[in-house]
Each structure stands twice: as structure tokens, then as C-alpha cells.
Design a protein around this ligand. Sequence first.
Ligand SMILES: [Zn+2]
Length: 68
Amino acid sequence: MMMFQTLARVMRAPGDTLTVRCPGCGHRAVWSRREAFARLGPDATPHRSRRRLACGVCGLKGGAVLEI
Ligand SMILES: [Zn+2]
């Protein structure tokens, strides 16, 4: 897992993507920069993002693995 301060600081190129992986069922979602900003906000931190994200498949909350 990468350490970063906010999404806006690490996702600088329009083509950057954010991969959200569920440790419970292995489901992966890949979001474009624009999608990630829309869902989490450009000021979102990894800690806050993980707490907010729930898996769309198994419903697990709070454990998502974020990769840029
Ligand atoms: Zn899941």
C-alpha cells in the first residue's frame, strides 16, 4: 500500500487510476481520477477513504486496499 496524503496530491495525471481491492472477497474496482475524486473527494486521505468504502459484492467495510 502506498502512503500518500490526499488523492489530489498523488493522482496528478488525468489518466491515473485508483484500484480499490476488497480483502474479503477479492473484488476489485478501478476508478479513473475523475471518478475517484467524485466518490471520495480530492482531499480524501487513505484512512478516511478506507473507512467510507464498502465492498459492492460482499459488503465488507473498512478494509479496502487502495492502490494508485
Ligand atoms: Zn468484498
